[in-house]
Design a protein around this ligand. Structure first.
Ligand SMILES: CC(C)(COP(=O)(O)OP(=O)(O)OC[C@H]1O[C@@H](n2cnc3c(N)ncnc32)[C@H](O)[C@@H]1OP(=O)(O)O)[C@@H](O)C(=O)NCCC(=O)NCCS
Length: 332
């Protein structure tokens, strides 16, 4: 049977950030670092941190409510909720099921997706399929993280980098020739060792010893991740462009994962994109893992950087190792 695929667009976008901010000056009091070092090596000036009563599903729900409002879609219309996160409220039930309950999205199926900082782009790639095939009409894709809960605040290698937040989009059918033109996702498990949270899973259940040894916190080989990121960002963007049938010089705006300004600059250089066409908010929020790309997309839209019919590329990379990108002809 031949299925004719429907064009899929982003109908609404929303984001939510906790209020509490930790600046580089605050970090100077916690670890052996300086504001200058952090800005020079990463571009980050501050990050948000959820209060102790707020979990990932709470941030995700707030972002989802804004995306629903922006899309003019009700929670009852949502067929599927995908939450991309590496900081779920708990191992199970899924954070997506908690969001489904909070939203009262009564007909939605829900699941979590784990592709670290690439998670949102993986979610868009998956959510798109259900609408393109006509299986579902409306899909909510959320990237949400409370990285502050898995970061060792006494480790200067990682504590300076991450922050908390959530971003969400509503996917649905759009006009022919518009919306998500292509998606591209990939992985290389050989590089998994460079960025991991070793304990707390079936390989190394949490014990007094794992906690004592700091194995329930993020461990990272920063320079290996950096080299990978510089390699993959440009390549992933090029792959999705190829699939979309467009050329680099046609891109109006780039929304990259917000890990390090030097990584973003390297990607922009490879793509020959001037930096005024590249969205950057990592100075305010640091790396929010799966939430970085949708929060950046939301802010770029609110600031008027993206207009109807613009061709935009979203691209990211993360633990796994994973990467993803998509090309969107903006349909709103
Ligand atoms: C982590 C990262 C910022 C480190 O920057 P870098 O330029 O590679 O710095 P290095 O790791 O080479 O460290 C240089 C020196 O600064 C020190 N240093 C590390 N963190 C520091 C900090 N917060 N403050 C001050 N000095 C620091 C190191 O100990 C090292 O000292 P040494 O030369 O005496 O050994 C960078 O590698 C990076 O961003 N990597 C990618 C991480 C990432 O994106 N992770 C998430 C993926 S989704």
């Amino acid at each position: 049977m031949l299925i004719s695929l429907k064009p899929v667009g982003i109908l609404g976008v929303g984001s939510f950030l906790p209020e509490k901010e930790i600046t580089n000056f605050d970090l100077e009091k916690m670890v052996d670092t300086t504001n200058e070092w952090i800005i020079e090596r990463t571009g980050i000036k501050a990050r948000r941190v959820a209060d102790e009563n707020t979990a990932t599903s709470d941030l995700a729900t707030e972002a989802a409510l804004k995306a629903l409002k922006d899309a003019n879609v009700t929670a009852e219309e949502i067929d599927l909720i995908i939450v991309a996160t590496i900081t779920p409220d708990m191992a199970f039930p899924s954070t997506a099921c908690m969001v489904q309950k909070n939203l009262k999205a009564i007909k939605a199926a829900s699941f979590d997706l784990e592709a670290a900082c690439s998670g949102f782009l993986y979610g868009v790639a998956i959510g798109k399929q259900f609408i393109a095939t006509g299986t579902y009409q409306k899909v909510l894709v959320i990237g949400a993280e409370t990285m502050s809960r898995i970061v060792d605040w006494s480790d200067r290698n990682t504590s300076i980098l991450f922050g908390d937040g959530a971003g969400a989009v509503v996917l649905g059918e759009t006009e022919e020739g518009k919306g998500i033109l292509s998606t591209y996702i990939g992985s290389d498990g050989e590089g998994g060792k460079f960025l991991a949270l070793p304990a707390g899973g079936s390989r190394m259940p949490s014990t007094v010893e794992t906690i004592r040894d700091g194995l329930n916190y993020v461990k990272m080989d920063g320079s290996e991740v950096f080299k990978f990121a510089v390699r993959i960002m440009g390549r992933a963007a090029e792959e999705s462009l190829k699939l979309s049938g467009h050329q680099i010089n046609e891109i109006d705006y780039l929304v990259p994962h917000q890990a390090n300004i030097r990584i973003i600059e390297a990607a922009a250089k490879r793509l020959k994109m001037p930096l005024d066409k590249v969205y950057v908010n990592l100075d305010k929020y640091g790396n929010m893992s799966a939430a970085s790309v949708p929060v950046a997309l939301d802010e770029a839209l609110r600031e008027g950087k993206i207009k109807k019919d613009d061709l935009i590329v979203m691209v990211g990379f993360g633990a796994g190792l994973t990467w993803g990108s998509c090309v969107v002809k903006w349909n709103k």
